[in-house]
Design a binder for this molecule. Structure first.
Ligand code: BTN
Length: 260
């Protein structure tokens, strides 16, 4: 099990993870984070679990993870920056996680819009960001991250699409070291988002994405279309070119990259 004392002994952040809840089993670290009262969840509060019984993925999907093998955690953020920057949080989180994974394991990580991480073209991590908005201001953002770390067997319905770091490394990956690395990188990227023009972050994210110029299949509001992925706009939307040549921005959806 991931122990609180191990995290505390290794973590070198200023704020992220200083307030910490560590569970053997919980329904969902995101749902738990959302249920916390204001005083119990200052900015940077971290919730970690070895197992989730109702792990949530994007688009109302489940996030399934074998007990004790992976990283499942949520971070409570109180965004102190303009609301439009919140759309770029997934890019900051994806870059931070990708950098930390590469440093810890040497696995080459690719970013896929909107917030998936791939290793060898299969999904190794996903992020779910839930915000609460009051009077058009984001009061709270719960950033939930699931990383497939040491799981080596996946259910039949996802085994073609999912992978883990262990499947691309020669030995088990230390989950506490990886978690602390992700949190340290996240803290730096969050500061970058706060202090600098977001284009810098997007440019770095794009360097890790290989989908541009390729044909993608996009599932958008339960309809499916083929298009070419062109770019990510400064607001975080995916710019696509449809088969008739029309270009437009997509704000939410699922992307599958055609065989490259
Ligand atoms: C996705 O790719 O669909 C997003 C997956 C997010 C999963 C993580 S695991 C920790 C946190 N708690 C949840 O219930 N979900 C997120």
């Amino acid at each position: 099990m991931i122990e609180e004392r191990d995290i505390r002994a290794f973590l070198q952040t200023k704020i992220f993870g200083k307030k910490l809840y560590c569970f053997d089993t919980i329904y969902s670290t995101n749902t738990f984070a959302r249920s916390l009262k204001e005083n119990d969840a200052p900015h940077g509060t971290l919730i970690v679990a070895d197992e989730q019984t109702a792990g949530k993925g994007r688009q109302e999907r489940q996030w399934r993870s074998q007990k004790g093998k992976n990283l499942l955690f949520s971070l409570v953020l109180k965004p102190a920056f303009p609301q439009e920057k919140i759309r770029l949080l997934p890019f900051a989180a994806a870059l931070a996680s990708a950098d930390a994974i590469e440093m810890e394991t040497g696995c080459a990580v690719e970013c896929k819009w909107p917030n998936d991480l791939l290793v060898a073209r299969k999904k190794v991590a996903g992020m779910l960001i839930e915000t609460s908005v009051q009077e058009e201001v984001v009061k709270n953002a719960i950033l939930g991250i699931g990383i497939n770390v040491n799981q080596t067997v996946f259910a039949d319905d996802i085994k073609e699409k999912a992978t883990s770091l262990r499947l691309h490394s020669s030995k088990d990956v230390d989950r506490v070291h990886l978690l602390c690395g992700v949190l340290e990188e996240l803290e730096n990227r969050y500061e970058q988002l706060q202090q600098f023009p977001p284009q810098l972050l997007l440019d770095e994210w794009k360097q890790r994405a290989t989908m541009f110029g390729t044909t993608i299949t996009l599932v958008e509001h339960s309809s499916l279309l083929k298009a070419t992925a062109i770019d990510v706009a400064p607001n975080g939307a995916l710019v696509i070119e449809e088969l008739n040549g029309a270009r437009r921005e997509v704000f939410a959806g699922d992307v599958t990259i055609a065989q490259r």
